[in-house]
Design a protein around this ligand. Structure first.
Ligand code: NAD
Ligand code: WQD
Length: 346
């Protein structure tokens, strides 16, 4: 049985991917420092799958601890590297924290891969590397642009670190997955997005507004050059996204990768505006949302959505969930967060 190391595996996307990996028959080891997630997630994963991944809590930006882990835990076939700090706004206030955490963690992982012979890695990248594209939809050949935030820059630099390390060490094989906007929750409503404090992202703010935790949603701008004036994104169901990670792992383990370093866009190929998201949420859940249109948020781009043809063809993967079903899953998770609420709303 192949053993997969999932860093950041108690986080939002990581936990959903651990579920898919366990259900696909993989053995999973999770490393997470619990800086942005709770240990309770492991209980939920076990409830969903009937299996509990191995777990170790430590900071992957600590080189000694990371070397020690790889020296102790053998038989790792591949790594999915989710662990990172990801709050755009916080990265502007604390750039050094973001550069240290996100760059050093990846460098420690790559050093250990070379030292301990772990060939394969799947890396969490982001469509943020494209900035505001000149042409839409975005393909993997669309030029990357200067990042709008230190966080976005860590993703771009991490891609370069991965690309260059693989070029210098062809024994390594890696895939960077550029996520568009992951949203929703597992259909069991046992795992989902756990934003700490006031959510920065749209969907958790919508669900917390619907739950009465937030007074109203602020729609950041309706003066964009879009059909209804609000900004457009490509919102992808988190379970569809997680399934793509299992496919990427299988591609690497089967040696089906065409190059040693590959990049794939993971989106739906459909752009949806903020106001459309509000209306779709109301239709999907029957809950009316109170919102006010305010000014644009600094750093926001106007519109982006993916050309998914390369990922669909090469990975044999496609995002299948509908937006209403996805937003309903986010709402069911919000209603059922249970004991998590203390963790979420502190
Ligand atoms: P998340 O914060 O829920 O998960 C990240 C996990 O990594 C958390 O559990 C956190 O505790 C852990 N972590 C952070 N630094 C660590 C360290 N030094 N050592 C060990 N564990 C550490 O975030 P997420 O939304 O699941 O994102 C996962 C990955 O996907 C990140 O790399 C993020 O940049 C990327 N991504 C996320 C989105 C999104 O909108 N959520 C979009 C594109 C890319
Ligand atoms: C989506 C749209 C907002 C909140 C960010 C990061 C990106 C990635 C995904 C990590 C935008 C609007 C939002 C609100 C609103 N994260 N909005 N009111 O900004 O596309 O991407 O998360 O990799 O790197 O940049 O996602 O959910 O914050 O915003 O009107 O209260 O919703 O202006 O148009 P974004 P988001």
């Amino acid at each position: 049985m192949n053993k997969i190391l999932v860093t950041g595996g108690t986080g939002y996307i990581g936990s959903h991917t651990v579920v898919e990996l366990l259900q696909a028959g993989y053995e999973v080891v999770v490393v997470d420092d619990l800086s942005n997630s709770g240990i309770e997630v492991l209980d939920s994963i076990e409830k969903i799958t009937g299996k509990r991944p191995l777990f170790e809590k430590f900071d992957l930006s600590d080189r000694e601890l990371t070397l020690d882990f790889f020296g102790r835990v053998s038989g790792i076939s591949a790594i999915i590297h989710f662990a990172a700090s990801k709050a755009v706004g916080e990265s502007v206030e604390k750039p050094l924290l973001y550069y240290r955490n996100n760059l050093v963690s990846l460098m420690n992982i790559l050093e250990c891969q070379l030292k301990f012979g772990v060939q394969h890695i799947v890396f969490s990248s982001s469509c943020t590397v494209y900035g505001q594209p000149d042409h839409l939809p975005v393909t993997e050949a669309t030029p990357r642009k200067d990042a709008e935030s230190p966080y976005g820059n860590t993703k771009r630099v991490n891609e370069d670190i991965l690309r260059d390390t693989i070029a210098a060490n062809p024994v390594l094989k890696g895939i960077a997955l550029r996520y568009f906007n992951p949203v929703g929750a597992h259909p069991s409503a046992l795992i989902g997005e756990l934003p700490l404090g006031v959510p920065q992202n749209l969907v958790p703010f919508i669900t917390q507004t619907a739950a009465g935790i937030r007074d109203e949603l602020h729609v950041f701008g309706d003066d964009y050059n879009t059909p209804d004036g609000s900004a457009i994104r490509d919102y992808i169901n988190v379970v569809d996204l997680s399934k793509a990670h299992v496919v990427a792992i299988e591609r690497l383990l089967a040696g089906k990768n065409r190059q040693n370093y590959e990049v794939f866009n993971l989106g739906t190929g459909k752009g949806v505006s903020v106001l459309e998201m509000v209306r779709t949420f109301e239709k999907a859940t029957g809950v009316n949302l109170k919102y006010t249109v305010v000014g644009r948020r600094a750093g926001d781009i106007e519109k982006i959505w993916a050309d998914t043809s390369y990922a669909n063809r090469e990975l044999g993967w496609k995002a299948l969930s509908g937006l209403e079903e996805t937003l309903r899953s986010a709402w069911e998770w919000e209603k059922g967060c249970g004991g998590y609420k203390l963790l979420i709303y502190k």
